[in-house]
Design a protein around this ligand. Sequence first.
Ligand SMILES: Cc1ncc(COP(=O)(O)O)c(C=O)c1O
Ligand SMILES: C[C@@H](O)[C@H](N)C(=O)O
Length: 359
Amino acid sequence: MVARIVDLRSDTVTKPSEAMRAAMASAEVDDDVLGRDPSCFRLETEMAKILGKEAALFVPSGTMANLISVLVHCDIRGSEVILGDNSHIHIYENGGIATIGGVHPRTVKNNHDGTMDIDLIEAAIRDPKRHLVYPTTTLICLENTHGNSGGRCLSVEYTDKVGEVAKKHGLKLHIDGARIFNASVALDVPVDRLVQAADSVSVCLSKGVGAPVGSVIVGSNGFITKARRLRKTLGGGMRQVGILCAAALVAVKENVPKLENDHKKARLLADGLNEIKGLRVDTSTVETNIIYVEIEEDSRTTAAKLCKDLEEDYGILLMPMGSSRLRIVFHHQISASDVQYALSCFQQAVNGVRNQNGN
Ligand SMILES: Cc1ncc(COP(=O)(O)O)c(C=O)c1O
Ligand SMILES: C[C@@H](O)[C@H](N)C(=O)O
């Protein structure tokens, strides 16, 4: 039985703080379907202001935020969205834009930094003169930070360029901004400026921001009005949802200022892990709170075995991402001492040292 748990699986694992729980308990609530829940209205107003958009909509998850955003933009049958082949929307959302929304995905290769080459984006745009046979390109989706690239940041210059391509071709731009606050902090660019070129942004409150539940979509008043109706269609209309929104309001205030600490701890652990024989971390790619650790061929372990040993012997929880890669994600509930503890446990586990039970 391990004495300590250090949960590095994702930034979705945080537990609500005492302040969040107090806010939940005392939240001013009402029916948000029949009218407006006051705490939800406060959160939506605040998030729209922070992200520099006209309006916002609270939704249960980032997956629903992306689905609603794509479906509102792509409301004509035969629509097509250009998105990264390694994007969350394309890989981890059960193909919902197609299976539920009938929207055709047109993937462009994601570079290691999470971007897509702009000339390849432009080349993927369908020729309207061939509309008899081609789907209709309607939307471009970016992801910032880019999860599968290791939490890499898309620069504001790159985002603006993609926005210009979208405008030039009469397309819309959506940003999957599940970790947009991490990107804003890492780039030292105000978040409203970072997403200025986007017509819509999905923002996870339940990741690094540390709220227990939820995401918000931000966009124009007209876009959010359509999104609200589609949320209801998808069963996402919630009644006294202020209980969740009150916690999110506290989380935004408490934890966005802590994101830089998450990034510093990630860099500290990445540097230490890279010193361990048998492990390799490209420390130049650790820009925010995510680390990808490669297990070298000559090491005596695999990602699955290392994750199992670290969990069973030391209480370190990780996510394997393939046979020789594992992912570490930082959040505000990982302490500096957890970093040192994790480093020493990795060292022992990789060296095949098992715990005192000898198993
Ligand atoms: C980049 C990105 N987008 C969207 C999501 C979906 O969020 P949720 O898990 O709340 O559906 C996640 C992860 O959860 C993510 O990492
Ligand atoms: C795995 C993925 O779906 C989730 N968004 C995470 O980053 O933990």
